[in-house]
Write a protein that binds this ligand. Structure first.
Ligand SMILES: Nc1nc2c(c(=O)[nH]1)N[C@H]1C(S)=C(S)[C@@H](COP(=O)(O)O)O[C@H]1N2
Ligand SMILES: [Mo]
Length: 246
């Protein structure tokens, strides 16, 4: 019932509701207006061809806010945390010639990129962090996407209170963007569980909901027709824009 009421609510309230923990901002009409117009403008702005701004070390927000669905607490995730993700594998499959299952040490052995960028949540807050990890383009290149590949879907380990997991997607152009990372580290430390350990997508050219936490599987697809509501993401299926360029 709660879910049906939520789906029936206006696009603008959906846009301001990317945390299940409601914020005062969600009830603010001026904020809805601001966010609504920002979403409309996204299509006119630089988009994924531009580079997101990078910041100096002094700009880092040491306390990076935690947001979104709760950190997974199922037996599988608890055992990952207990063995420091020794048994975790990041699966890459779908419309690719070469499927992969990466262990965390295998990801750490790939070339690492570090960038200090700002995370912008659609709810109206931002945080600057130093993110390190593997370029998504390197992982995709190793998988050899097939000719029918169009999008890259990220399947996550967290679930909402209905049991639906979080999922997100990028098109190939955004996925191959040089700043699009599979992050393993935040502010000089391994990612902690609350920020998406062990692997979290970081897309500084797009709004925060694209930066999927707790990624366990990267699926290359030709369309979203087999992905839940068919709009390409957990929040997209509830009214957010799929294209979330900043
Ligand atoms: N798996 C998963 N990824 C997610 C979310 C989520 O609920 N589940 N929330 C998104 C949203 S709306 C935001 S703002 C950021 C929050 O990231 P942080 O907790 O590191 O600040 O994660 C994004 N990625
Ligand atoms: Mo967000």
């Amino acid at each position: 019932m709660k879910r049906r009421l939520f789906l029936a609510s206006t696009i603008s309230s959906a846009l301001a509701a990317c945390s299940p923990i409601g914020t005062a901002l969600n009830n603010n009409d001026a904020f809805h207006h601001l966010i609504g117009s920002a979403q409309g403008l996204n299509h006119l702005l630089i988009g994924t061809r531009g580079l997101a701004r990078e910041y100096p070390l002094s700009a880092i927000d040491r306390n990076f806010r935690v947001n979104g669905l709760p950190t997974p607490d199922d037996a599988t995730y608890e055992s990952y945390v207990a063995d420091r993700f020794a048994s975790y594998r990041l699966v890459v499959d779908g419309a690719v010639e070469r499927k992969h299952a990466y262990s965390l040490p295998a990801l750490r052995a790939m070339p690492q990129v570090t960038q200090i960028t700002r995370h912008d949540c659609v709810e109206g807050w931002s945080a600057i962090g130093e993110w390190s990890g593997v370029r998504l383009s390197d992982v995709l290149a190793a998988a050899h996407p097939r000719a029918d590949a169009r999008y890259v879907v990220f399947h996550c380990m967290d679930r909402d209170d209905q049991g639906t997991p979080y999922y997100e997607s990028l098109d190939l152009k955004e996925a191959y963007h040089p700043q699009t990372l599979l992050s393993l580290r935040l502010n000089g430390s391994d990612l902690d569980p609350d920020h998406g350990a062990p692997v979290r997508l970081r897309v500084p050219t797009q709004l925060g909901y694209k930066s999927a936490k707790w990624v366990k599987r990267i699926e290359v697809v030709g369309s979203f027709s087999n992905l839940y509501g068919g709009k390409g993401g957990y929040w997209e299926d509830q009214g957010y824009e799929w294209y979330a360029g900043i």
